[in-house]
Design a protein around this ligand. Structure first.
Ligand SMILES: Cc1cc2nc3c(=O)[nH]c(=O)nc-3n(C[C@H](O)[C@H](O)[C@H](O)COP(=O)(O)OP(=O)(O)OC[C@H]3O[C@@H](n4cnc5c(N)ncnc54)[C@H](O)[C@@H]3O)c2cc1C
Length: 448
């Protein structure tokens, strides 16, 4: 490795963990975060309570760095909200990393110095050139020995339209469509949903969270109506593994959503693939499916149909991405929701995350491309392996230290916002997974 820094894109949980792992290895991390503070994306879903315990949300190297700085680990058995994850862990971690974390700085491009994507010569020898833009408008080029892209997918939610493109009329109806779980503790937001007809689209954990929140509102606010529109033919497995889930809070979320459905607090519309959003002229909208089904008199839509990676600023880098999932080619078969979705994952690290472009890695939520079920624990292991590799410790880089909890259900249900759940539903499921390296499915926290 040269003396140049390893640039990490994004000061989310995985980017900061990467910085801690790199520093522990004697390398120099430089983290650029486009938001005003560390955990900018997590802070936007501050009101959502995680289904992972604190013991599963702290990277081991980060913990060592923080402990040396006098930090006290929150109760390992407690479940933080997004807001608490940011304020009680990510912000102190960024503080402990000091000047290595630069907020208000967006990475707008990465290239090989002096070369665009098509030039072969020098790709192994020239440093990477990271193009940044600060919120004060200044721009810079930073040379880096390696780039770890931990920029997440939060900024690129999937549209409501079932074809992966906005439905006709989706842009025009933007004021009535939210792509986030609403924070109903905020009186202003609550007023937007109380006594109104809301359609929740999607079948992942965010949709279940929205169902539970809106069902509780419906019990308090007369006239509140909820319709749950899903693309799949049934919602049975969408509730997850319940008591079988090795993350108890994740299982409990599904059970609470199921109870809301069983109690008749919402209407379920299955096999609904949104093609058009129409205005009805009275200030409400209607959703029309590709088969001509209609959901009329809608005040609000909460579209929770998953996320996708923003690859636009990596256009000059030679990435090896799976054409379906947009995840690294070696990783994609291990996480494909069409094949398995128990929440299991095969051990993976630097080997599966390597691209044709030397020393560029996509990690964290973004490494999963369009696949759901990403857990922070997965990302911590990814960056541990990459940091070890960059430091020349290939034995540690190749050693698998990942253990993940199963959802307790196979075949497309235990997933975040899985737009493919209808295809996965009929599929085999991960428990009969294809031949692959040893499958690790033990429930265990992130410690090593
Ligand atoms: C509602 C919700 C609940 C979840 N619950 C759980 C849970 O219980 N347990 C669990 O393990 N996981 C959970 N997850 C998954 C969770 O998102 C990840 O574990 C974690 O947040 C992913 O971290 P990340 O660092 O990869 O991405 P992010 O947290 O998205 O962080 C990416 C960072 O990069 C920054 N950024 C983006 N683009 C740029 C750029 N071009 N330049 C500079 N900075 C940039 C962003 O501002 C952001 O701060 C949940 C996710 C959601 C949305």
């Amino acid at each position: 490795m040269s003396d140049l820094p390893v640039v990490v894109v994004g000061a989310g949980p995985i980017g900061l963990a990467a910085a801690a792992e790199l520093r522990e290895r004697g390398l120099t991390p430089l983290v650029f975060e486009r938001g005003p503070a560390a955990g900018a994306a997590v802070a936007q879903w501050n009101h959502v309570r995680l289904f992972s315990r604190w013991s599963e949300l702290v990277d081991p190297a980060a913990q060592r760095l923080l402990t040396a700085a006098g930090w006290t680990h929150p109760d390992p058995e407690a479940y933080p909200t997004g807001s608490q994850w940011a304020s009680d862990y990510l912000v102190p971690l960024a503080d402990a990393l000091g000047d290595a974390v630069q907020p208000n700085t967006e990475v707008v491009g990465v290239a090989r110095r002096g070369r665009d994507r098509i030039v072969d010569a020098g790709r192994d020898t020239e440093p990477l050139s990271v193009h940044i833009r600060r919120t004060d408008g200044t721009e810079d080029r930073i040379l880096a020995s390696a780039v770890i892209d931990a920029s997440g997918t939060w900024g690129a939610p999937n549209p409501l339209g079932s074809e992966g493109l906005p439905a006709a009329g989706e842009h025009a109806a933007a004021a009535r469509i939210s792509y986030r779980v609403p924070d109903l503790d905020d009186p202003q937001v609550r007023a937007e949903y109380a006594g109104k007809h809301t359609v929740i689209a999607g079948a992942g954990h965010s949709a279940l969270t929205a169902i539970v929140a809106l069902a509780s509102l419906a019990a308090d606010a007369p006239g509140t109506r909820i319709t749950w529109a899903v693309r799949r033919a049934g919602v049975g497995t969408a509730f997850g593994g319940g008591d079988e889930d090795q993350l108890p809070a994740r299982g409990a979320l599904g059970l609470r959503a199921k109870k809301a459905v069983d109690d008749g607090l919402l209407q379920v519309v299955t096999g609904f693939r949104t093609a058009t959003v129409e205005s009805d002229g009275d200030g409400q909208i209607a959703l029309v499916s590709d088969a001509g089904q209609r959901i009329d008199a809608v005040d609000q839509v909460v579209a929770l149909t998953g996320f996708r990676p923003d690859l636009s600023w990596l256009s000059e880098i030679r990435l090896g991405l799976d054409p379906v999932l947009q995840a690294p080619v070696e990783l994609a078969p291990l996480i494909d929701p069409n094949v398995h979705s128990c929440g299991t994952v095969y051990p993976h690290g630097v080997r599966e995350l390597t691209h044709p472009e030397p020393n560029v890695y996509v990690v964290g939520m973004k490494s999963y491309g369009r696949a759901p079920t990403f857990l922070a624990m997965t990302g911590y292991e990814q960056v541990r392996s990459i940091a070890a590799h960059l430091a020349g410790d290939h034995e540690a880089a190749n050693r698998v230290e990942l253990v993940l909890p199963e959802t307790g259900v196979c075949g497309g249900a235990g997933v975040f916002d899985d737009p493919n759940a209808d295809t996965a539903e009929g599929g085999g499921g991960c428990c009969g997974a294809p031949a692959a390296p040893e499958l690790v499915t033990l429930a265990s926290p992130s410690g090593r």
